[in-house]
Design a protein. Sequence first.
Length: 231
Amino acid sequence: MDRSNTVGARGTESVVSLCFEREMPSAEVERIKQRLGARAALVVPATVGAAWDRARQLGFSKSSRPEVGALMATLAAAVPASGRILELGTGVGVGLAWVVHGLHDRADVEVVSVEVDREKSDLVSCAGWPEWVSLVVGDAREVLPDLGTYDLIFLDIPGALKESVVGGAVSALRPGGQLLIDDMNPYWQRRMPGEHPVDRRDPDGLVDDPRVVCALLRYSSGMILATRKSA
Ligand SMILES: C[S@@+](CC[C@H](N)C(=O)[O-])C[C@H]1O[C@@H](n2cnc3c(N)ncnc32)[C@H](O)[C@@H]1O
């Protein structure tokens, strides 16, 4: 449950939004919304729910939060005709399931997801993806330069490694292409009053990279969204 407060002329107004990690009957969602006074509820689609079940069975706790996945689905839906999408760090396929959900019945987009752990990648490959999805087993740092250019990149490998690929990821963005980096929240939590706004959680000074325009998304696990300038 997320509660955001706005202070206005009528005092503090609270907006509650809910997030469910399993598919739920809509009547049940409505009942919980009313009970908690929630304005909005995000429920994961069945395909994403199946990926969550896989994560639970394996005890894998690093899957993207639904708020992050929903953003990926939203960005994927906006990819231009014949576009390409890249995920770095497949995990057990939760983020990938959101991307496929966002693309719905489009078949003109190519999706590539890279995972260093062969066991995980093999497991994900059994989940029945559309034919335009390909899984690559490899270290993102090594394979990225050979994977071509993209309209959307989801950078989701662990903390310190992000720094070593973020420059390459920006280089791989097409003009107007977008890069979403997850798990930036600890940076904002640790920030002290008066501290410089960019610390080492900002991979390789991305917000100062003249090739991109950035937004810091301070919700859920915390994200940076960067768009590659057209010129
Ligand atoms: C946070 S999880 C990914 C979660 C996934 N993107 C999702 O949305 O559910 C990070 C994944 O990156 C993988 N990984 C770690 N180092 C990597 C590397 N150098 N190249 C590619 N994948 C890597 C890990 O094995 C792990 O599965």
